[in-house]
Ligand binder design. Structure first.
Ligand code: 4FV
Length: 225
């Protein structure tokens, strides 16, 4: 998968993505991360990318021209995505959808945000990673890249499969245990030591459902819809 990122801080990338599974994916070329510096799409002496907000108010807004020019010069033809708190909330089913494309183009905002015409006239999707305000869209872009990368063929390698995991059926994941069988007096549930795979499967499903009911009943509502 090729992922193009438009940002004022290309030096922040690959950052945390350089480690572990995503790091191996990048090194193996399974993930092709292409960084574009927004300032490279300005033509004035001050390389201006932001300006004061019409209607007044604090802070600055990213200008539309450099962003439109950058996206129009892009390599790929997959969805153009603006990371913004005004977007649809990123969840595993949206991650699965995005992992189906050969390439993605991610726009990282800064300051108060980007000119609204980017959202209305340029991008295919607006995505939020959560209902809180960050200083920039770079961390949300890395979160999206990390989540999507796990579903790119070959990235997870043999040690893990993206099948049967959290949110796979919009349920929280069942509890995981490993050796020792007893730690500080806390024993691993007997069923997991039984070798009875059908039993274990039943226990895991019931744990996932119970845990979801207690911690995230909203996920169950979504299932009913
Ligand atoms: C954000 C989020 C986010 C808003 C203003 C960057 C900041 C600043 N992006 N999910 N939550 N963006 O807080 O995606 O420009």
């Amino acid at each position: 998968m090729m992922i193009e990122v438009l940002t004022l801080f290309p030096e922040l990338f690959p950052g945390p993505l350089s480690g572990g599974v995503t790091g191996r994916g990048l090194a193996a070329g399974l993930l092709d991360l292409r960084l574009h510096n927004l300032r490279d799409y300005t033509h004035d002496r001050h390389r201006q990318v932001d300006d004061i907000p019409y209607g007044g108010g604090a802070g600055m807004v990213l200008k539309p021209e450099p962003i439109f020019e950058a996206v129009r010069a892009r390599t790929g033809n997959g969805p153009v995505i603006l990371l913004t708190p005004q977007g649809e909330l990123l969840n595993q089913s949206l991650v699965r959808n995005l992992a189906g494309y050969d390439d993605l183009y991610l726009i990282c905002g800064r300051y108060e945000g980007v000119d609204e015409r980017v959202a209305t006239d340029l991008v295919d999707r607006q995505i939020s990673i959560g209902d809180y305000v960050l200083t920039g869209g770079e961390l949300p872009a890395m979160v999206l890249i990390d989540a999507v990368s796990r579903l790119v063929a070959g990235v997870l390698g043999s040690e893990a499969s993206p099948k049967d995991e959290s949110f796979d059926h919009d349920l929280l994941e069942y509890p995981h245990y490993t050796r020792p069988a007893v730690f500080e007096g806390h024993a691993v549930p007997e069923v997991l030591l039984s070798g009875h795979h059908a039993e274990i499967e039943r226990w895991r499903r019931s744990q996932a459902a119970e845990r979801t009911r207690r911690r995230r009943p909203d996920l169950l509502d979504r299932l009913q819809r």
